[in-house]
Design a protein around this ligand. Sequence first.
Ligand code: NAD
Length: 502
Amino acid sequence: MLKIETIQDQRLSNWVDGAWREPASKRWIPSFNPFTGQPWYSIADSDTQDVQFAIDAAARASALWREVHAIERGGMLRRLGQLIADNAEALAQLEVHDNGKLLREMRAQIGVLAEQFDYFAGAADKMEGSTIPINRRDVLAYTVREALGVVGIITPWNSPLYQLSWTLGPALAMGNTVVVKPSEHTSASALAIGELVAQAGIPAGVYNVVTGLGATTGDALTRDPRIAKIAFTGSTATGRKVAHNAADHFAQCNLELGGKSPNCVFDDAPFERAVNGVVAGIFAAGGQTCVAGSRIYVQKGILSRFVDALTARAAAIRLGDPRAEETQMGPVAVHDQLHKIGRMVKAARQQGAQVLHGGKQPGAELAQGWFYEPTLLTGLSQDAEIVQEEVFGPVGVVMPFEDEGELIALANDTRYGLTAGVWTQDLDRAMQFAKRVEAGTIWVNTYRAASFTTPMGGFKESGYGKHYGLESMREYSRVKSVMVDYSRTTPDAFVMRVRESI
Ligand code: NAD
């Protein structure tokens, strides 16, 4: 399997039909390590021909893979999970070099990925259909769930393996084949999975990876009429383009898009837990998560005490080498993103934001990497750009609220609807929040809790469709109804009457 030592300064080709394939384009794109700010390997800059070649392979393999018995598919997926566990350290190191995630966070995450493949392996042979009573004698009506065909998977850079796996598990378990277009900033781990897929005994062509830019490689993938479904994780702006392309050939979409999630603290919240939850909500993974709790609403009775505690915690966060055990926040994964964060904070300042902590890049000793300080702003109105738009970095905005009614209106005042958190000891209030806030996941006295057994996915402009849980097995399958007439006699008068009526 690819390892950091073997890919350093190398060109990585596409993984198609069970082997490495040089791109027909003959073009390459450098990939950078955000901690050093230096390029460290190159990926193929695939063109339309390269994408079609991968889809050809996936379409050929589809006919075979859907016929493999679900129990056998499950067995192979279980082996893939085991291989991911066996190679956890190498995979973790790849991700850390590619996007600056903390090494200890990656080690934990990859352990969960192995369990996740095990879960979907177990689900492969449990997607039952139903038998349906109908108004015909000696006619059996039943449903089966079958594979969709070729699924296109497009992933972002913030958690590459994680976001690949939440589609790969259910898509392969249901008998689909896939063509993956990972982010041009973080393609190594998706390519590394190719070799593990082969070792797991999964046939060539079931898993294919074409790397390249979104506007060319990604666009070509979404336009190909042989793609039955596109599983897209990324920004809302790109999701809109993907959905338009998909509509042209009636492909289904699963869109996991941006967020601007509210994390809301009532006066009666369990104070320390709420502080921890709000800090982790916005600063975990340097705020580069779709579920970041970037709008922090605090009830007026505890506002100043809460803000003091939050600011002290933000100031204590240790930035540094993502491989070091003591580091609590690594660099921003993508250079343009660093500029975007700086620009949005500057605009917020011009709109009157008070900076409680951060608001700049750190000094000399981290100057070579793409770092931004954990930042807390306050004093902004609800319509400020940074309150309404996703930063995708370590920037939280603290805002006061008076009562439950006002809070729910503020929480819902956004075009996004991915997640929301509430901190209170009042059960009725928590339940009202869960009922009235428009978000795909609600967290009560916790934040960022996720399990591959529980469906996640956004509302509104955060997208549609679910990953995780049996719900995601349904996402990557379709229902077929079958009716079998096994009557031996001439239909009786009753049956004739019913037939005439339908
Ligand atoms: P992005 O939209 O720029 O890119 C995502 C992927 O789409 C990349 O692989 C990119 O190459 C590709 N792409 C870009 N233009 C394309 C086009 N025209 N056609 C097809 N593909 C194209 O997003 P990003 O900057 O990589 O990731 C950050 C975004 O992802 C944030 O908005 C974040 O909220 C979102 N995200 C959402 C979830 C979720 O579960 N809802 C999870 C993680 C990230």
